[in-house]
Design a protein around this ligand. Structure first.
Ligand SMILES: *Cc1c(COP(=O)(O)O)cnc(C)c1O
Length: 254
């Protein structure tokens, strides 16, 4: 067996197992498979993304701008017949908005007014340059414990930021995202997030997406209304270098 065939088998088995796990989580929560599985491909090569694509995946999550921009370019031809959607799920610096606006379908990690303005400008420009035709789907990342160094807007500023996103013509306010605080009970964290989401929905009924749950806690997230679980490790294995969920680049925080 070639190394590539081995990798295909490995990924196929893991993907099947995660799909079954998600299905079981939906059943247990009395839901009807209405949760999207977003494979997170950061730190893994474009060849792994291509394997997932051949296995039927059409949406992928990435968290580092340079790596994602390169992968999106590398796979552009491969995805020509059935276009795939890229989701930026990690912290984004304003000066990277232009690159992301050219390949991202969605961004899950918007947490400041200044980033909103940079994205609006970047998406407009990408439209004008013929690089995209659709608005950018925006999810606001909420910091559940107020530790904004891990990314996310503080809850006190959430409503105003949501209004700001909704006011921008080339951005479509799609919902909320959060990562449970380190060491927190995921059920408590996701219940808290679900309440914040209900509050936001009262003012923004179109913001129906709730991006919550990863390899370790997807069942809990599904119980609390997640519409999208972002799963890396359970599908592709351990990442090559230690990368705790890291949504903020400390070296260059804007
Ligand atoms: C890396 C990452 C994930 C995937 O985490 P796993 O534990 O590997 O499933 C999910 N969300 C964000 C924001 C990430 O950066």
């Amino acid at each position: 067996m070639t190394p590539e065939a081995g990798r295909v088998q490995e990924i196929e088995a893991a993907l099947t197992a995660v799909r079954e796990r998600l299905h079981a989580a939906c059943e247990a929560a009395g839901r009807h498979d209405d949760v999207m599985l977003l494979p997170v491909t950061k730190f893994f090569p474009a060849s792994d993304v291509e394997i997932l694509y051949r296995l039927g995946c059409r949406e992928f999550g990435e968290s580092r701008e340079q790596e994602a921009t390169a992968k999106a370019a590398e796979l552009h031809e491969t995805f020509a017949d059935a276009p795939a959607k890229w989701h930026m799920i990690g912290h984004l610096q304003r000066n990277k908005a232009r690159a992301v606006a050219r390949w991202a379908h969605s961004i899950h990690s918007v947490d400041s007014d200044r980033l909103v303005d940079a994205l609006q400008k970047a998406v407009r420009r990408a439209h004008d340059d013929g690089d995209r035709t659709t608005p950018l789907n925006v999810l606001i990342q909420v910091s559940l414990d107020g530790d904004v160094h891990r990314g996310g807007v503080e809850r006190a500023d959430l409503a105003a930021l949501a209004d700001h996103v909704a006011s921008r013509h080339d951005l479509s306010f799609a919902g909320l995202m959060a990562v449970p605080p380190l060491g927190a009970d995921p059920d408590a964290a996701f219940a808290d997030l679900a309440q914040l989401h209900r509050d936001i929905l009262a003012d923004h009924p179109g913001a129906t997406q709730l991006s919550a749950g990863m390899t370790s806690d997807l069942e809990s997230a599904v119980r609390h209304g997640s519409t999208c679980v972002r799963v890396g490790t359970a599908i592709l294995g351990s990442r090559p270098i230690a990368s705790p969920v890291q949504t903020t680049d400390h070296s260059s925080h804007n």
